[in-house]
Design a protein around this ligand. Sequence first.
Ligand code: HEM
Length: 397
Amino acid sequence: MPASLVAPRTGQPLGGRLRRALLLVPCGLSMLMGLDSALALLNLSAPLGGERFTGAHGMLMVIGFVGALVGLERSVAIRRWWACVAPVCMALGALLSLVGPLPMRVGKAVMVAGCIAMCVDCVVLWNRNREPLVAVQIGGGVSALCSAIVWFGGAAVPGFISFLISFLVLTVIAERLGPSRIGQLAWTPGRRRLHEDSLVVLAALALLSGPLTMMRPSVALPVYGLVLIALSVQSASGDVARRGIKAAGSNRFMPVMILTGYGWLVVTGLLLLRPALSGLRYDATLHAVLLGFTMSMVAAHAPTILPALLGVQMRFVAGFWGVGLVLHATLAVRVAADLAGSEFWRQVGGLGNIASLLGLVAVAIWSSVTQDAAATEQAPRPGSGGPPVVTVPRADA
Ligand code: HEM
């Protein structure tokens, strides 16, 4: 391949980087539309509005944004073009559900297709590697599919929140199982097996809670809350992040964000012991897990996910700490305001949450651009010899 078609410093074809960057566009748009609708839900003025926007906020964020991001990461691991169908349909389905002239069901149907494709990806991974980690991933995929199907069938989000929560919680916990094995080297095989099997059993219970919480929410949601607490404690107990918490400087960022995320999952479980399916307590319960747990995990892994996805290099910048601080501090303000019944402070916290997500994108771009600039400065002149081109490790390496 001609050298000019190879991305500097990464050794990956520019076409491949460009294609992946384009695939990120619908996912990024879903996030922006989700944030726009969040403004309206906070009773603040939003650039774009309407009933369809507010009604789709939850699915835009969970399936169209985070779900599509997970699907893209998985497509890198599967290394087949068809693995991109899941993330593209998940994000496009969410976006199409907003487009006026089209019936909302068209977008919902595309989203169902995306979730089916995600389950197929999970089965492909299972056939390659029959590990507890993949079994937990399958639980996440099936939860996403169930939520998309019941949304297509006309159910409102409060009716199936446990499916939405299980999708993201199981997916993230499965992702943590892989790296955590490094920290479990001192464990006997029996102890590790017990740890992983217990996570599979808890994942199955979380999945089972889905239909039960739809039928008898007042009884099933508190039990589901206990399952989430158990999942958090069990996953954290074997997570390599516990060792990294004492690391110095930037190495500490990831463990701090991961362990804080587990903390928010426990808060969610506790809030579910007295469940609410509308109002401020509902807001607190949902965002403790969807922002506190999920987005903390996304921020923790951003310096590794984006290089694997886009084939770009990133360097750790202090801005990541700033984003993490704003995310957790403003979420704490929001949850406290929800529980105290203060609409004003909920709006303040909510605006801070939006700023933290936009800040994460800005910091990620900044860290990649400044890494490229630093790399170009250090790059040897042609013919001068020098270090080989750096290749970013793939997600499945
Ligand atoms: C970044 C800032 C965010 C803000 C300001 C925000 C704001 C809101 C508000 C005000 C509500 C209405 C709650 C109520 O009924 O009282 C809501 C609902 C919801 N949000 Fe968010 N949200 C944000 C991020 C997220 C994220 C990242 C996710 C998922 C990954 C998410 C998922 C949901 C879901 C599933 C609902 C329930 C929707 C429904 O009942 O129809 N939100 N959000």
